[in-house]
Design a protein around this ligand. Structure first.
Ligand SMILES: NC(=O)C1=CN([C@@H]2O[C@H](COP(=O)(O)OP(=O)(O)OC[C@H]3O[C@@H](n4cnc5c(N)ncnc54)[C@H](O)[C@@H]3O)[C@@H](O)[C@H]2O)[C@H](O)CC1
Ligand SMILES: [K+]
Length: 503
């Protein structure tokens, strides 16, 4: 089953930092012998075309122009719209005298074309079919200043839909964080290169639909700061599970041992076991507390369930497994510690999640996994504990946090959350553009753990297994949300969809 495109599958794969896009701006101007004003004109034309395509009935625009080149784009778009017969109201903010020469030229050119500009006095005119946000782009430094924040709040309170030029104003391009007020756009048209922050943290919510305009036919050589991954892209690029041949044996698809399910947390290990089996692992064993065995076997009869009470009892099970996965409902008590200790002493590929990560975070467990195939799957809270930091610091730069963890533990790290990030010790970064807020419900992480383990058991390396699992998990959630809605989506809904997608 090939799930149809997700909303961002039309976007390029390469993701950039704002500074690299600015360098590419210069490269385009040099390669094509054009001025910044001309390049801004291309941006304005591209954005205006997207506006007319998305809102063909639009007759009146409210254009907000900041003092920089983002504002320059807005001024030129205002001129285009007026020439196209639309009514245009333009509010400019910031000191034009401090604007770049090209932004000033854009402003002069548009004023000369008869567009009138007003200053924002706290109220926005009520009648506008679309608002164009050209206040702040890649030049944003820190939270939007107070006068910008007031205007941004007024935009967000206005009934008209919003088209953001390049970046929703107030959103930090490299991290996807809105440190202060930020425009909530319905459509964002980003230019030259996709800024990586648009796909993670606050980016997806604030961008709305995301369109990309290259503004140049030339290939641009700039160091990418990450790659966009998605289920559809993995399928198209052949990074998927090999088709199942006839003469195979269940042992060919690996034996996973899942460990967890402390007293009262049986559901977590059950979710992981079902997802693992549904993702194609050949054999799934579960080591858990005795009281969960019945429920486990009822839900997943093919799973081999073992009651274990000590690391010693776990050892023979570890010996028989190809891949170990610990964490779902493991608890942080002595039972969990003994089992984690046993797993750390082994050398099979290993997935650590939830309480296994919380235990690993304490100084007594300090270790790294150099030379071993290991995938850690923290949410921001677990990542903060592992880094000895705070959730706010992790979320302030998710890329840096994921990369720091990957290098600290010499393991592949999946930093979960909106726009999950897969980081590898060699610096490779990927951001998943699938998924939806319905995934922020209990047990979703347990399902991901089971999927990662199953893919390792089927022969994928840690990076490929992590990228594939993240996209498969998110795509299953998108399929479910498309059929049943996001609210009330349960982790247990996903296993069956996962199985459909992997076939
Ligand atoms: N470079 C090019 O040829 C092209 C650029 N494009 C557009 O230009 C912007 C980047 O323009 P830049 O002038 O560098 O920055 P901004 O317009 O984003 O804003 C700078 C402007 O804003 C002020 N400012 C910065 N931080 C804050 C803040 N926290 N609060 C208030 N004001 C702030 C700063 O002082 C400057 O005056 C890019 O995004 C594109 O939209 C073209 O699209 C392509 C060619
Ligand atoms: K903007």
């Amino acid at each position: 089953m090939n799930r149809p495109y997700s909303a961002r599958d039309h976007l390029p794969v390469a993701l950039y930092r704002a500074a690299d896009v600015r360098a590419m701006d210069q490269q385009v101007m040099h390669n094509e012998g054009i001025s910044a004003l001309q390049l801004m004109g291309r941006a304005a034309e591209a954005a205006f075309a997207c506006l007319l395509q998305r809102w063909p009935e639009a007759r009146s625009l409210m254009v907000l122009a900041g003092p920089g080149n983002n504002g320059g784009d807005a001024w030129l778009l205002a001129g285009l719209a007026q020439a196209h017969g639309l009514d245009v109201q333009l509010y400019s903010l910031g000191d034009p005298a401090r604007a770049s020469s090209e932004a000033q030229a854009a402003r002069q050119q548009t004023l000369a074309a008869g567009v009138t500009a007003g200053a924002f006095n706290g109220e926005l005119a009520a009648d506008a079919d679309v608002i164009v946000d050209g206040l702040l782009g890649t030049g944003l430094q820190g939270p939007a200043a107070a006068d910008y924040a007031r205007l941004i709040e007024a935009v967000n309170a206005h009934p008209a839909p919003v088209l953001a030029l390049d970046i929703p104003s107030g959103l930090q391009a490299d991290t996807g964080v809105a440190a202060g007020a930020a425009v909530r756009a319905d459509l964002t048209v980003t230019f030259i290169g996709v800024k990586r922050g648009l796909l993670t943290a606050d980016g997806p919510d604030l961008c709305g639909e995301l369109a990309f305009a290259a503004l140049t036919p030339l290939a641009l050589a700039a160091p990418a700061a990450g790659e966009r991954i998605s289920w559809h892209r993995l399928q198209r690029s052949g990074q998927c599970l090999p088709a199942r041949r006839g003469n195979v044996h269940k042992g060919d698809f690996g034996h996973v041992l899942l460990v967890g399910g402390e007293q009262g947390f049986g559901g977590a290990i059950l979710l992981a076991a079902e997802a693992c089996a549904r993702s194609g692992a050949g054999l799934v064993s579960v080591a858990t507390r005795p009281q969960h065995i019945t429920a486990l076997l009822t839900r997943c009869p093919t799973v081999m369930a073992h009651a274990v009470n000590s690391g010693l009892e776990l050892q023979p099970l570890v010996m028989r497994a190809d891949v170990l996965a610990l964490g779902p409902g493991l608890g942080q008590g002595s039972w969990g510690e003994l089992l984690l200790q046993q797993a750390l002493q082994a050398d099979q590929p290993l997935v650590l999640d939830a309480d296994a990560l919380n235990l690993l975070a304490s100084p007594a467990w300090r270790c790294d996994f150099a030379g071993r195939t290991v995938v850690l799957t923290p949410h921001p809270g677990e990542a903060a504990r592992l880094l000895g930091s705070t959730i706010a610091a992790v979320q302030a730069d998710r890329f840096a946090a994921a990369l720091q963890l990957a290098q600290q533990y010499q393991a592949v790290v999946v930093l979960k959350g909106q726009g999950s990030i897969v980081a590898e010790p060699d610096g490779r970064l990927a951001v998943c553009s699938d998924g939806n807020p319905g995934m922020s419900s209990a047990g979703m992480g347990d399902v991901l753990t089971g999927i990662v383990a199953a893919l390792l058991a089927q022969g994928m390396n840690a990076g490929a297994a992590a990228r594939y699992a993240v996209c498969l998990h998110a795509a299953a959630a998108d399929v479910w949300a498309g059929q049943h809605g996001r609210r009330g989506m349960l982790a247990s809904d996903l296993a069956a969809v996962v199985q459909e997608l992997v076939n």
